[in-house]
Design a protein around this ligand. Structure first.
Ligand SMILES: Cc1cc2nc3c(=O)[nH]c(=O)nc-3n(C[C@H](O)[C@H](O)[C@H](O)COP(=O)(O)OP(=O)(O)OC[C@H]3O[C@@H](n4cnc5c(N)ncnc54)[C@H](O)[C@@H]3O)c2cc1C
Ligand code: FES
Length: 278
């Protein structure tokens, strides 16, 4: 570990991890062991890669929101502590072939994933506009950087303490129209991704979402992270967010059925086969 610092409501960690830095593509995550030797916290925690830099052979940045014992332990790490990381994991954001107009939408610390993506899109001569939101000003991550990197950066907070009062999905239609968006990339809480996807469907533009589904192994073995996703053949399958995701086409994710196995999903108890799906 190189440095830890406070960034508003979050903790930012920089770790020397050349192997991860080298193979990273935007949207990737890692799994990290927490609690140290002998800990009862047996499962690894998933963390999105925020940034990679060439310093010290390759460093990786993470942004942490403390939400329980594992993330609290991570937030307490200090320079020179060692972290046990596995990664990069998951499927990265697909990139457009042509220089198109991209709106990057981030909720809370989900924005952290979007800056590496913005870098790559800008290098491909895409236009990048940001819409970032959170409950309050101290939970909007990366506002300054978004202003620097994006053609525009629209900020929202639910309490009105920064930017416009409301949620990202409220302002998104206006941004899409203003910038003539071709594609939306989004990362944040599931409710936000559902709202952003609904706007994308309304405007008939593709939405790529990076979902945050509860995970245990992070490598496709335990099935903790499954969610219902509609495949190219129109059939819903329970797919693993860690292996087939975390990035999905938003309109393919059955947001309303997350946490359940829909009756028409392939292999669902009491039904669900490819034959009985029309
Ligand atoms: C792909 C992905 C990327 C993520 N990126 C970040 C990030 O950049 N920064 C950050 O702060 N958090 C991130 N999270 C959420 C983070 O993994 C959880 O907040 C964390 O695992 C909670 O652990 P805990 O011990 O603090 O809390 P607890 O709630 O006590 O966790 C108990 C168990 O549930 C699992 N769990 C609980 N909430 C989540 C959750 N939201 N997602 C996944 N597993 C969960 C934990 O892994 C653990 O096994 C990400 C999650 C995923 C799936
Ligand atoms: S977290 Fe174990 S299969 Fe995805």
């Amino acid at each position: 570990m190189l440095t830890t610092r406070r960034v508003d409501a979050y903790h930012a960690l920089t770790v020397v991890a050349p192997g991860i830095a080298e193979r990273y593509r935007p949207g990737h995550f890692v799994s990290v062991a927490v609690g140290g030797p002998g800990t009862p916290m047996v499962t690894r925690r998933a963390l999105a890669v925020h940034d990679v830099k060439p310093d010290y052979g390759g460093t990786v940045d993470f942004v942490i929101a403390v939400s329980g014992p594992g993330t609290a332990w991570l937030a307490d790490r200090r320079a020179r502590d060692t972290l046990d990381l596995v990664g990069p994991l998951g499927r990265a954001f697909p990139l457009p072939r042509d220089p198109v107009n991209c709106v990057l939408v981030g909720g809370e610390y989900g924005s952290a994933t979007l800056f590496g993506l913005a870098d790559v899109l800008l290098r491909r001569h895409c236009r990048v506009d940001f819409v970032l939101g959170a409950a309050s000003a101290d939970r909007v991550f990366g506002a300054l950087r978004a202003r620097r990197m994006g053609e525009t950066a629209t900020l929202t907070t639910e309490d009105g303490s920064l930017g416009l009062r409301g949620r990202v999905a409220d302002v998104l239609p206006g941004v899409i129209a203003d910038v003539r968006a071709d594609v939306i990339y989004a990362c944040g809480p599931m409710g936000m991704l559902r709202g952003v996807t609904a706007v994308g469907i309304e405007f008939d533009i593709p939405v790529q979402v990076a979902v945050e589904e509860a995970m245990a192994c992070g490598i496709g073995v335990c099935m903790t992270c499954v969610l219902p996703v509609i495949g190219d053949d129109g059939v819903t399958r329970m797919v693993r967010a860690c292996a087939e995701g975390p990035v999905f086409r938003g309109e393919r994710v059955r947001f309303d059925d997350i946490g359940t196995i829909p009756f028409d999903a392939l292999g669902a108890p009491g039904g669900g086969s490819a034959r009985n799906v029309t």
